[in-house]
Design a binder for this molecule. Sequence first.
Ligand SMILES: Cc1cc2nc3c(=O)[nH]c(=O)nc-3n(C[C@H](O)[C@H](O)[C@H](O)COP(=O)(O)O)c2cc1C
Length: 151
Amino acid sequence: MKRLLIVHHTPSPSVQAMFEAVRAGASTDEIEGVDVVSRAALAATAVDVMEADGYLLGSPVNLGYLSGALKHFFDQIYYPCLEETARRPFGAFLHGNNDATGGLRALESITTGLAWKAVQPPVVVVGEPSKADIDACWELGAVTAAELGEV
Ligand SMILES: Cc1cc2nc3c(=O)[nH]c(=O)nc-3n(C[C@H](O)[C@H](O)[C@H](O)COP(=O)(O)O)c2cc1C
């Protein structure tokens, strides 16, 4: 059994809707052999990261950067996980209300440093998530889970 770890900071209904869709996609019955585990970014540990085989990361964009919560997660796990988790697959979703560029840049910089491999470009939503945005989040979850399991 492979483990897919979702690390998210979910402070509002918009991000909650994206998170729920990502988790639903990751947990779809069409993919077998993947155990999906969710952790709030402020509670996730380096052990959680090392024990997983792939990752889904979610955050609002605040003050032109990732949320402090997801930044704190990366600050904690970066060096303990650097060697052991290199080349593991990940997907990501970000939400902002006007400009998510800084958050996306930070996410790319950190995950490049960790040498994690993006299964697809992050899903970035600005403003209220549309049906298409929520569908894209579901797809992100499913595609990332499919990378680990059997379809
Ligand atoms: C302190 C603070 C800073 C924020 N900075 C940004 C920002 O730089 N860019 C952006 O697109 N949205 C920004 N936002 C909006 C958040 O990304 C947004 O509130 C969050 O994704 C949740 O969405 P919602 O409030 O529509 O539910 C900020 C929100 C707060 C509270």
